[in-house]
Design a binder for this molecule. Sequence first.
Ligand code: C5P
Length: 401
Amino acid sequence: MSLEGKRILISVSGGIAAYKINFLVRMLIKKGAEVQVLLTPAAENFVSKLTLSTLSKKPVYSEFYSENGTWNNHVDLALWADLMIVAPCTANTLSKMVHGLCDNLVIATYLSAKCPVFIAPAMDLDMYEHPSTRQNLEMAEDFGHVVIPAESGELASGLNGPGRMAEPAHIVAAIETFFSQNQALKNLAGKTILITAGPTHEAIDPVRFIGNHSSGKMGFSLAEEAAKRGAKVILISGPSSLQTNYENISLHRVTSAKEMFDKVFEYYKEVDIAIASAAVADYAPKEIAVEKIKKSDDSLFIELIKNPDILKTMGDQKTHQFLVGFALETQDEEAHAKGKLEKKNLDMIVLNSLRDEGAGFQKDTNKIKIITKSDIKSFDLKSKEDVAKDILNFVEEQMSK
Ligand code: C5P
């Protein structure tokens, strides 16, 4: 694929793999990209600015100020880029990135970047496998960055194993794949999607609640996939430990079904698509005790009243929205899901059965069927990220009909 006109910012940190960046720059330039190279102070020990600026046809910066007294504006550099790649990314630079420790031009530029960020880590075997590195890489992925995993082989230390920076050809391939998918995937640009996620907690007293095992993973995966496709995402989540840092996801955290209901209808009118993946509690205690309920020798009765059905209300109030519900069933799955599709005035419903191994609460995988008024399609067991792709592909297909 040609990278004609793509602006790529390469930030080099101080590892021995930095010598390979000359090849990376050369390959990207050959494919038509514009390349701007930045170095951390430590990277200057490993590569020559002259070589890199000759190959990239641009000055290479490592300080906030150039020798002639001009300021190398990190905000401009960051906004210029269509993609930033940190390669090689050392344990030190990785750690500074995810914790916002801003003591050089590379990190200041990274913190100002609004473009996709790629990371090609390179470090010694044990450093690469250290829990701190693992956690920092996970954090980087949670920020929405793309980590190009280190490859295995002989390392500068003489050890053999994972830690070598991915080969420049592999980095170029990852960048090309990203741009080609991204072009294809921007088809939700201009659309606003509302997604509900996670469980709800219905208070019994100040310390206890009625809840369920939903983790929020399916809803968060949907939100991130929709964000990647260019949608503006309103994610309304019940209590969940998950985080997301995509720029075009606005995350609203709520606790109870009532709060989720109120938040949904703050936005519902203005959205194009709504996906209800939350496991909303059907009932809530009629009264919330002001003080902690004391133990006694008698049985305890809590009167429960019906919570509002958020999705059904969305169906009743539907004007133009494409409405997607979820159904988690244990028996007569398809019949029940079809019933909900009708009753809640949905455009499609995603069915998962607790009888399928690997599907349901707290799992990283899911196995779904998608049901519309005229169609039913079964999918294999997949990661929730891939299930999110299938669901949004289906939504896009249906909306274009
Ligand atoms: O009727 P049932 O609870 O099985 O329907 C599940 C679907 O309805 C899910 O999409 C869920 O998010 C939504 N729902 C809701 N509000 C409720 C109960 C369920 O939005 N109170």
